[in-house]
Design a protein around this ligand. Structure first.
Ligand code: GDP
Ligand code: GDP
Length: 444
């Protein structure tokens, strides 16, 4: 099931980042362990009561002129409307309402999305309490007075936010097509790939006059099977050049990946792997979804020999060493080369993600593995693995019971993972391992 997305929108300096950090708290998840990835906090997993959601900060760099503020706010608001389930609109009690606030409020109201209006910097209700009423003028319902720096009012605000969460399941229930997110920085060829696939396959035109979400989905039938390609929205709506293109593509990527089973990370062969690519790939990696890295524009690489692809592949694998499970494909949207291979690979990855291994078989593997390579020890105490079982799919998740979790070194877990992969492949999907201590389990 996908996570609810809450987007924070508002003028520069109203306190969006402060509020964002407060809500996200220590749970900031952005690609901590993924090398080469920006640490900018654009999105974070957050929790309130029993609700889990992804918080997205649409605010970018500070524009210099009023005109730019307005146009940037429009794209910000549009981005939130396209990607979010609930929009948190932040205003500033100290500056009061300004034109840009009205302008954005209009857009948000027309979108029909649930909006929660936050009036920030109400550090003292005595002093500013009365000023909050002015914000009713936006026509967005009750304003919530908050002080992000003093951590006041945030509980009530979040209570209101979660009230708007969709109550029905977020799964696309009557749709069992495989969902594939096509992600990558601008100009790597995402639209070209979708268009070429459209030309080569049967397309199901969705007649649901739906949300913007539907508008960016393309359903394709290949070999009698249905696939939904989720394009990172808005990149088709070219022309709206913003200073913040990178940030915007990250947010759209988060939203697309959230709804997908498998991520196709597109890379431009003519450029090699850039930081922008690493950022996008990091989002796919952190999501736990399947990953296929597609090197596009392969036609544009001149003078290829039989070694060219392998050399390129070696470089990619080095760059993406943190996701050794990723699959690779070299394609060309221009010529259509290997484009239909995408379907085969997607099928295989889907199979891996949903594969369940019986406990008996897993324990045979574990026993053999520990016999081949002795578990590590520390201060005279040796790690013992008692039992292993698979508890979930998507991604396949294994619990290993041991005598002492401290002794279960990362490298030994990786070793067990490799043994499992040797036996079953699990191509294209990450595997998750949970290490548990078995109480009183010193002796077998
Ligand atoms: P953003 O541009 O909307 O992300 O705004 P920031 O979070 O960067 O905050 C802009 C300024 O407002 C910073 O100096 C913050 O310390 C300040 N600020 C944020 N929240 C509050 C608040 O609740 N009260 C007061 N007095 N200042 C705040
Ligand atoms: P997007 O921003 O990721 O959707 O990228 P586009 O699909 O708009 O493509 C960006 C540019 O790359 C366009 O000029 C395309 O014609 C070009 N392009 C896309 N795929 C290929 C390809 O396989 N080979 C070559 N040579 N050019 C491509």
């Amino acid at each position: 099931m996908r996570k609810v997305i809450v987007a924070v929108v508002g003028r520069p300096n109203v306190g969006k980042s402060t509020l964002f950090n407060l809500i996200a708290g220590k749970q900031i998840s952005i690609v901590k362990d993924t090398p080469g990835v920006t640490r900018d906090r654009i999105y974070a997993d957050a929790e309130w009561l029993n609700y889990k959601f992804t918080l997205v900060d649409t605010g970018g760099i500070e524009p210099e002129s009023k005109d730019i503020i307005l146009s940037q706010m429009r794209s910000q608001a549009q981005l939130a409307i396209d990607t979010a389930d609930v929009i948190l609109f932040v205003t500033d009690v100290r500056t009061g309402l300004v034109d840009a606030d009205y302008e954005v409020a209009d857009m948000l109201r027309k979108s029909g999305k649930p909006i929660v209006l936050c009036v920030n910097k109400v550090d003292s209700f005595k002093k500013f309490g009365d000023d909050i009423y002015e914000f009713y003028n936006l026509g967005l319902g009750d304003p919530f007075g908050v002080s992000s720096t003093n951590q006041m009012g945030v509980g009530d605000l979040l209570d209101e936010v979660v009230k708007h969460f969709p109550t029905d399941s977020l799964d696309d229930t009557d749709d069992d097509s495989i969902k594939v997110a096509l992600i990558g920085k601008p100009n790597v060829g995402k639209s070209s790939v979708v268009n070429k696939l459209l030309g080569q396959n049967r397309v199901i035109v969705s007649d649901i006059a739906g949300t913007t979400r539907d508008a960016i989905d393309t359903k394709i039938v290949h070999d009698g099977k249905e696939y939904t390609f989720i394009d990172t929205a808005g990149l088709r709506r070219k022309g709206k050049v913003t200073d913040d293109i990178e940030r915007y593509s990250v947010i759209r990527t988060v939203a697309a990946v959230d709804r997908a089973d498998i991520c196709l990370v597109l890379i431009d062969a003519t450029q090699g792997v850039t930081d922008g690519d690493a950022n996008i790939a990091g989002i796919a990696h952190e999501s736990g979804k399947g990953v296929i890295i597609c090197v596009n524009k392969w036609d544009a690489i001149p003078d290829k020999t039989d070694k060219t692809m392998n050399e390129f592949l070696a470089k990619l694998k080095e760059k993406f060493a943190y996701m050794p499970y990723a699959e690779y494909l070299f394609i060309s949207a221009e010529t259509g080369q290997r484009l239909n291979k995408i379907f085969d690979l997607v099928d295989k990855v889907r199979e891996s993600q949903t594969l369940r291994i019986r406990t008996g078989v897993l324990n045979d593997i574990m026993t053999r593995a520990t016999a081949m390579k002795q578990p590590p020890s520390d201060k005279g105490k040796r790690l013992k693995l008692f039992y292993m079982t698979q508890t979930a799919v998507e991604p396949p998740t294994f619990v290993i019971f041991v005598n002492d979790v401290q002794l279960m070194h990362f490298s030994y877990t990786r070793y067990i993972e490799n043994q499992i992969r040797d036996a079953f492949g699990f191509m294209g999907t990450p595997l998750k391992f949970l290490i548990r201590e078995r109480k009183g389990g010193e002796e077998e």
